[in-house]
Design a protein around this ligand. Structure first.
Ligand code: IFM
Length: 474
């Protein structure tokens, strides 16, 4: 394993920011990954198929036919990867548990060999002084649960609560930070409406049922985590809230942005925090003949007190409410009728996502204002760029470094405005399996050579480490 940490910043000038020094010493700095994106060992030690194992084998579903069979081989390289994490000087490592590794098929007995991996991971992190931050669900639903109906089926929420209890029983003596779901919008909309993610279904009504059952699963799991916890814990959820802005000041565009905000943000945050679905969203759904499958008592289960809200932020979106014209702007396929995304001409990342750091300030301050009293953590932020080691073996990803500097500055600005943001996790520790983009898009602050599995800390990783040091100096 190469860690270019020690060869340090001497070679190339690195973008500087004093952003780090604008954070208190107890601000939590971390790096994040998820199980399917890095672990590999897809069928080892009793793990069974997840929906991503199945979906990635559907011709055309994933770029170049890639899958997570090997990924970053983290399952076998975990000890060295934890050393890498510790070398970055972070406080915390946010990772997810593979449900089909721990509970094959999604129900019934625990797979001891599978859960033992997370035991070892947690122990190793603690030995190296890194706080484990567990996400229970980062999209790898056991295939057998999908075969039984997936998230549109109510039973999946109860199975998820059982899984949460298993995880708590085994890891709760050492893990204090628990996130139930990562980005339920992606699971529901990309998984069951647009079909761009596993399981690849395309039914708007099903996707809205999935929204409700994911939220119900969150509420049930939160209850079970708290009941089973042997020590005080912090439980929350991570959302990729949509930072929706109107393309112009016209009434139509403002309405489109409001609608996108309803379906991208408030349909999650309102039930989670306020205990009700937003009426404008419910009205629009019923006008389209869709009804959220809410049963008596569900909303109070969903609205469990949150110890924190995780916010994943990558870009902002500008919406237009006018019908498609000949401007070449594509209609969105996000289940929100009559809404178009309008690019603004900002520089873009390799994902074609516009770089809009001000939107992170906007999103955080808005969430802080609309849902006061809940500490916020940026649980993911980062960028894909086409980078590769140079002739000296270094990855000088100045564009990613600048992205981090600007976005960390944007978090500082939200804090200056009085928003209670307590932590920031870079996405991602490693280049990894970027879902339907396969290995084509690299988000890591550590480069992975997939042929050799060699890790090389990029310039952005060194900058991130230095930024944390600056923040510790107060
Ligand atoms: O890689 C993903 C991650 O799994 C969830 N949030 C967005 C990242 C970048 O697309």
């Amino acid at each position: 394993m190469t860690t270019s940490l020690d060869r340090s910043s001497a070679s190339a000038p690195e973008p500087r920011s004093d952003a780090g020094s604008r954070f208190p010493v107890d601000f939590l700095w971390g790096v994040a990954t998820s199980a399917y994106q890095i672990e590999g060992a897809a069928f080892e030690d009793g793990r069974t198929a997840s929906i991503w194992d199945t979906f990635s084998r559907v011709p055309g579903a994933v770029h170049a036919g890639d899958n997570g069979d090997v990924a970053c081989d983290h399952y076998h390289r975990m000890p060295e990867d934890v050393d890498l994490i510790a070398g970055l000087g972070v406080d915390s490592y946010r990772f997810s548990l593979s449900w089909p590794r721990i509970q094959p098929g999604g129900r019934g007995a625990v797979n001891q060999r599978g859960i033992a991996f997370y035991d070892r991971l947690v122990d190793r992190l603690l030995e190296r002084g890194v706080l484990p931050w567990v996400t229970l669900y980062h999209w790898d639903l056991p295939q057998e649960l999908e075969d039984a109906g997936g998230w549109p089926a109510r039973d999946t929420a109860y199975r998820f609560a059982d899984f949460a209890e298993i995880a708590m029983n085994r890891l709760g003596d050492r893990v204090r930070w628990w996130t139930t779901l990562n980005e339920p919008w992606c699971s529901a909309v990309l998984g069951y409406d647009t079909g761009r993610h596993a399981p690849g279904r395309q039914d708007f009504g099903d996707s809205m049922a999935a929204v409700h059952h994911l939220l119900l699963g969150h509420g049930l799991a939160t209850q079970r985590l708290r009941e089973a916890a042997p020590e005080p814990i912090q439980v929350g959820i991570t959302l990729n809230t949509t930072h929706a802005l109107p393309a112009t000041d016209s009434d139509a565009d403002r309405a489109a942005a409001r609608r996108a905000d309803g379906f991208g943000t408030r349909i999650y945050t309102d039930p989670l925090v306020l205990g009700s679905y937003p009426t404008d969203v419910v009205d629009e759904l019923s006008a389209r003949g869709v009804h959220l499958p809410v049963q008596h008592g569900d909303l109070s289960v969903i609205a469990q007190p949150l110890d924190f809200l995780g916010v994943n932020y990558y870009t902002s979106h500008y919406f237009s409410g006018t019908a498609e014209d000949d401007s070449g702007v594509e209609a969105t396929a996000d289940g929100v009728a009559l809404t178009r995304l309008v690019p603004q001409g900002y520089p873009v990342t390799a994902m074609d996502w516009e770089i809009t750091p001000f939107g992170l300030t906007g999103m955080l301050t808005r969430l802080g204002a609309d849902y006061p009293g809940i500490p916020l953590y940026v649980t993911e932020n980062g960028a894909a760029f086409d980078d590769a080691p140079d002739q000296d073996g270094e990855v000088e990803d100045a564009d990613r470094t600048a992205y981090f500097a600007e976005h960390i500055e944007a978090v500082a600005a939200a804090r200056d405005a009085g928003t209670d943001v307590r932590g920031y996790f870079a996405w991602s520790l490693l280049d990894n399996f970027e879902w339907s983009y396969g290995y084509d898009k690299r988000f890591g602050i550590v480069h992975v050579d997939y042929e050799t599995q060699k890790r090389t800390v990029k310039q952005s990783g060194r900058w991130f480490r230095d930024n944390i040091r600056r923040s510790r100096q107060g």
